[in-house]
Design a protein around this ligand. Structure first.
Ligand code: C2E
Ligand code: CA
Ligand code: CA
Ligand code: CA
Length: 279
């Protein structure tokens, strides 16, 4: 990895730990986590494959639990969805990402769009677009510097509504990305209707590059299809030079993954922004 970060990458707690902790009243812990400021955003750069320039970032939530070390967001986000706490947590994520980006801009850095992950439930709620508008206004951040990542599967729950929400977000000037592409069951013809800016090829396909010929064909096919629709494509979970070479050969222009950088703390991402690129 080109950027290793400094000591902050502890392993996630095990599933067993989490089950015990679940029994310990999740809702309380999550509430407390909000109050005690145990959440933190990490930032992972998105890179232009040809120039190595940082063209964006994804904000990823971390829970610095005092006892359980790092709990994987995969675990607690789904718990938060069940308890409804995803709303305040999601608001915190958006506000924090926007404030941070605004601060960097005021410090004279050349900022990039920061993407936040939106849970399916939240995306379909009536107040969602309004809450985004409010945050952007409060923070006084240009909407082009906030990006929304939604999963393919979440759009399929209510296609009509999803199309409308994407339209509203675009109208506000935000960028929208379709996350984890290839893992759902959506017919490719739907892609045309969802007017997203970028599609993120899921890491499960990238991992098979150089190993599984069929998956390589799928990646090639996906890239061509997305480009034929005039949509931007980014590969997630890029870990090796071989994967990078394959993606470059097949005209995937953007990548995100450990090869360039792990998700890093704000302070460290600021240093990356100052350089503007990762060589
Ligand atoms: P995701 O949106 O697909 O995020 C990408 C995940 O891949 C992140 O895991 C990231 O750390 C990891 N990753 C990035 N590059 C590499 C790589 O080269 N190799 C490998 N093995 N992994 C890589 P993370 O941070 O553990 O997040 C897991 C999931 O939790 C995310 O998947 C997303 O669905 C969810 N999540 C994280 N933060 C938030 C949030 O603020 N809100 C919501 N709703 N969901 C979040
Ligand atoms: Ca994502
Ligand atoms: Ca993803
Ligand atoms: Ca994923």
């Amino acid at each position: 990895a080109k950027v290793e970060g400094k000591n902050q990458y502890k392993a996630y707690s095990s599933v067993k730990d989490i089950k015990t902790f679940k029994a310990f009243s999740i809702e309380n812990s999550l509430h407390k986590a909000m109050d005690m400021k145990e959440f933190e955003l990490y930032y992972q750069p998105k890179i232009d494959i040809h120039t190595n320039q940082i063209i964006g970032a994804e904000a990823l939530i971390r829970w610095n639990h005092p006892v359980w070390d790092l709990v994987s967001p995969k675990e607690f986000i789904s718990l938060a969805e069940d308890t409804g706490l995803i709303i305040p947590i999601g608001t915190w994520v958006k506000e924090t990402a926007c404030r941070q980006n605004k601060k960097w801009q005021e410090e004279g850095l050349k900022i990039v769009p920061i993407a936040v992950n939106i849970s399916a439930k939240r995306f379909m709620q009536k107040e969602f677009v309004k809450s985004i508008e409010r945050i952007l206004k409060d923070v006084q951040l240009d909407p082009q510097f906030l990006e929304i990542e939604i999963t393919e599967t979440s759009l399929m729950e209510n296609e009509e509504l999803a199309i409308e929400v994407i339209r509203q977000l675009s109208e506000l000037g935000l960028k929208v990305s379709l996350d984890d592409f290839g893992t759902g069951y959506s017919a490719l013809s739907y892609l045309k209707q969802f007017k997203v800016d970028t599609i993120k090829i899921d890491s499960t396909f990238i991992k098979e590059i150089g190993k599984n010929n069929q998956d390589e064909l799928i990646v090639k096919g996906i890239i061509n299809l997305i480009h034929s629709l005039n949509i931007n494509v980014i590969a997630e979970g890029v870990e090796t030079e071989d994967q990078l070479t394959f993606l470059r050969e097949h005209k995937c222009n953007q990548v995100q993954g450990y090869l360039y950088s792990r998700p890093v703390k704000a302070k460290e991402f600021k240093e990356l922004l100052k350089k503007g690129k990762i060589d």
